[in-house]
Design a protein around this ligand. Structure first.
Ligand code: UDP
Length: 367
């Protein structure tokens, strides 16, 4: 096969790493395109270095633009690349603007789209509880699924969601590709991190928090509520801050208000090795990140989701995650009270999604 993999954001570099390695090891050509949606060292290059992802063949260097300018700019550049490279298929991941732009460009160039981590839904489009602009991921997911030729799902629930939207052909439950990365990296002993020593924290005696979704950063009252909850914690809360959240906090003068005389410790975004060490050793994880919720589950650490809905509803139903919205009281309560459930079931597969995906595509491309 002659595949084109198109990525642009932190979680996509992490998910692409094992899949690209699998494609290469089976002798497939893989043209690797980075849109440049995430571009600074801590959100991009560090993952290429740590996860040994090859240098991109193309970097569109799109940078920080409005969503419309970003998507149209990416599509513009991708058209030329797709026409030049003529791949068998375009591989896209998840739900970012890069996913949507790459899919629209591939569709218009008549290149089949392969959507990895398709079918997940949080149903916010139906609920209309928040303006659509604050839930771009859900719209991106729905649009991409409806123009994809093959969809690989992380959960069985995603397969059912797609069936409800009459998408049943070439849909496969492969399991979560981020579990492949998590498991592979966890097996390499040399990839140990010393972040606990550097931050002077002890295993099981701290909380980890991440907040970056537009619903929590673009609505200032929500961010303030979340920070209020975190800053009341009796144990240290390590908060690797996303640049988008940092920008809002700087502009709204929230830094000193919440970090002075509190256990909230804001640090720069960390690399993947450090993040895994923090996740595996945290007593509890508070997050709005789809990736971090799942890695908390893989680490058997309970998590609090600072959102009203989640596409990872299986994790809520198994008791490993709690939806608390942006409620400072509940956030603070759960940091201290949330316990591990007794049972853990592999609802997101067994960490071999990369093999199932490539095997399926090999058969599909020969049809
Ligand atoms: N992550 C990281 N360092 C950080 C924060 C997150 O390596 O400081 C990783 C995390 O382990 C997970 C991924 O980034 O694999 C999640 O990305 P993000 O939260 O940006 O996006 P989402 O998953 O919500 O789409």
């Amino acid at each position: 096969m002659n595949v084109m993999t198109i990525v642009g954001a932190r979680p996509q570099f992490i998910k692409a790493a094992p899949l690209c390695a699998e494609l290469t090891s089976r002798g497939h050509k893989n043209v690797f395109v980075h849109t440049g949606q995430h571009y600074d060292y801590s959100l991009s290059k560090v993952f290429f270095d740590e996860l040994q992802i090859p240098e991109p063949d193309y970097n569109l260097e799109i940078g920080p633009l409005s969503p419309v300018k970003q998507i149209s700019g990416m599509m513009n550049s991708l058209e030329t690349i797709l026409i030049t490279e003529k791949p068998t298929c375009a591989l896209v991941f998840g739900d970012t603007n890069s996913t949507l732009a790459a899919s629209l460009a591939a569709m218009k160039c008549e290149i089949p789209i392969i959507h990895i981590e398709g079918g997940e839904r949080n149903f916010t489009r139906d609920m209309k509880i928040v303006p659509a602009t604050t839930i771009p991921e859900e719209s991106n997911r729905v649009l991409v699924d409806h123009i994809s030729s093959v969809i690989f799902c992380a959960s069985k629930r995603a397969v059912e969601n797609l069936a409800r939207e009459a998408i049943t052909d070439n849909v496969l439950w492969a399991g979560d590709i981020s579990l492949d990365t998590y498991s592979l990296i966890s097996q390499i002993p040399s990839n140990k991190s010393d972040i606990l020593e550097r931050l002077n924290i002890r295993s099981g005696e701290f909380a980890l928090a991440t907040v970056h979704r537009a619903i929590n950063t673009d609505i200032p009252e929500r961010l303030v509520e979340i920070l209020k909850g975190l800053s009341k914690s009796e144990i240290p809360v390590i908060f690797p801050i996303h640049p988008r959240t940092r920008k809002v906090m700087v502009e709204s003068n929230l830094f000193s208000r919440f970090t002075q005389s509190s256990n909230l410790r804001i640090v720069d975004p960390v690399g993947y090795f450090d993040m895994l060490a923090l996740e595996k050793n945290a007593r509890i994880i508070i997050t709005d990140s789809g990736g971090v919720i799942r890695e908390a589950f893989f680490s058997k650490v309970p998590s609090v989701i600072v959102d009203e809905t989640t596409e990872w509803i299986d994790l809520v139903q198994t008791g490993w995650s709690r939806l608390v919205g942006a409620d400072s009281q509940k956030i603070c309560e759960y940091i201290h009270l949330l316990k591990k459930p007794e049972n853990w079931e592999p609802v997101l597969g067994d960490g071999t999604a990369r093999k199932k995906i490539v095997s399926y595509l090999e058969n599909w491309s020969h049809k």
